[in-house]
Design a protein around this ligand. Structure first.
Ligand SMILES: N[C@@H](CCC[C@H](N)C(=O)O)C(=O)O
Length: 325
C-alpha cells in the first residue's frame, strides 16, 4: 500500500452506505476533501477499490460513491467495547448522529472483535448498540426524540417562539420538527408506496430543499415524507392495548449533507415514528418504517430511549488515496 493510501471498508444499512476508516491506524488530514471525493456518486469509490480476495461485487447497493465516511476509533479496554464515531458527509460537513451509520459501526466493531455489545460515542451522546448472533442486523439505542424548539432547533421568530412546531406549513409541506440526534422535518402524506397517488408521486428533490433550508431551521433539517399504511390498531377494535400491533409507515428522506434522497435514514425513521405518535396517527410505540432500501423496526416509548433495528451488510474492502486531488 502506498504511503498515500488508506484502507477502507464499505458497509451499508438498508442501502444507506458508508466508507469506514480506522482513525486510530490511519490519518486522513483533510477529512472533508476525502469524503467529498470518495462519496461522489459519479466519480467516487467503486468495488474496484478492493484488493485481492477482499474484492466482492458491490452487493445490495451496488452503487458508486457513498452517503458518508465513518472515521472510527475503537477501545477494547472498555466493557463493552467503545467506539468513537465521526460521520463526515458527502458535502464535507460533520453530522452529530447517524442511525444507520451507528448500525454499521456496530457491525464493523463486531467484525473486528467478535463482540456483540458496544457503546458508541457520538456527538449526540453515547449510545448502546448490539448485533444479532449472525451479525446480519444491528440495534441502536437512539436517545429520546425531542420536539423542544430550542433543541431541534427551530427558530420561529414570533410570539410562538417557545412552542414546538407540530404539523404546520413550512415551504409548501405541513411538517413536524423533531430532533433524533439531528434535526428532522416530517411531513405526513396520504397514500403509501402501493398507492398510485401516494408518497412516491412527490418529487422529493424539488419539494425538500425549500424546507431543508427554511429560516425556521437555523441548522437546516433532514426532510422526511411519511405515509401511515397500517396504524397498528389491529386486534378486535375494543381498544385493548394488548391488541395493538406494529404500525407500518412508508418513508422517504432527503438528507442534509447528502443534499439528496437516500435509500434509508435511521434518525429519519425514528423521527417519522415519533411524529406519527405525537400526531396520534399510530396506536402503539412500535412501528416498521419502509424506506426504499429496506425495512427498519423502531420503538419510541413514552419514556426512555427510542430504538432502531435493521439489517447491515459488508460490501467490500479496499484502499483509497488519502489526498484525492
Ligand atoms: N443517514 C443518517 C443521518 C445522517 C445525518 C444527516 N444527514 C444530517 O446531516 O443530519 C441516519 O441514518 O440517521
Amino acid at each position: 500500500m502506498s504511503a498515500h493510501a488508506v484502507p477502507v471498508e464499505k458497509y451499508h444499512g438498508t442501502g444507506n452506505d458508508f466508507l469506514v476508516v480506522d482513525a486510530d491506524a490511519h490519518t486522513v488530514g483533510d477529512r472533508a476533501a476525502f469524503a467529498r471525493a470518495h462519496c461522489d456518486r459519479e466519480t467516487g469509490v467503486t468495488a474496484d477499490a478492493g484488493v485481492g480476495d477482499d474484492v466482492v461485487p458491490a452487493s445490495a447497493t451496488g452503487r458508486r460513491g457513498a452517503d458518508g465516511v465513518l472515521f472510527l476509533s475503537i477501545a477494547e479496554r472498555f466493557d463493552p467495547t467503545r467506539v468513537v464515531m465521526t460521520l463526515v458527509q458527502p458535502d464535507g460537513s460533520t453530522a452529530s448522529m447517524c442511525g444507520n451509520g451507528a448500525r454499521v459501526v456496530a457491525r464493523w466493531a463486531h467484525d473486528r472483535t467478535g463482540d456483540r455489545e458496544f457503546m458508541i460515542d457520538t456527538q449526540a451522546g453515547t449510545r448502546r448498540a448490539s448485533v444479532t448472533d449472525d451479525a446480519s442486523a444491528a440495534t441502536i439505542e437512539m436517545g429520546v426524540p425531542t420536539f423542544d424548539p430550542a433543541r431541534v432547533p427551530v427558530a420561529r421568530g414570533d410570539d410562538r417562539a417557545g412552542e414546538p412546531l407540530i404539523d404546520e406549513p413550512v415551504a409548501g409541506l405541513s411538517v413536524t420538527a423533531v430532533n433524533t440526534g439531528v434535526p428532522h422535518a416530517v411531513a405526513l402524506v396520504d397514500g403509501g408506496r402501493d398507492d398510485p397517488e401516494g408518497i412516491d408521486t412527490y418529487d422529493l428533490d424539488a419539494v425538500a430543499p425549500p424546507v431543508r433550508h427554511a429560516d425556521v431551521f437555523p441548522e437546516g433539517a433532514n426532510v422526511n415524507l411519511a405515509a401511515v399504511v397500517d396504524d397498528g390498531t389491529g386486534g378486535d377494535g375494543s381498544g385493548d392495548v394488548s391488541d395493538e400491533g406494529t404500525a407500518v409507515i412508508d418513508q422517504r428522506t432527503f438528507e442534509r449533507g447528502v443534499e439528496g434522497e437516500t435509500q434509508s435514514c435511521g434518525t429519519g425513521a425514528v423521527a417519522v415514528v415519533a411524529a406519527a405518535r405525537r400526531l396520534g396517527l399510530i396506536a402503539g410505540e412500535s412501528a416498521v418504517t419502509r424506506p426504499p432500501g429496506g425495512d427498519l423496526s423502531i420503538t419510541v416509548p413514552d419514556a426512555g430511549h427510542a430504538t432502531l433495528t435493521g439489517p447491515v451488510a459488508h460490501e467490500f474492502s479496499g484502499t483509497l488515496p488519502v489526498d484525492p486531488r
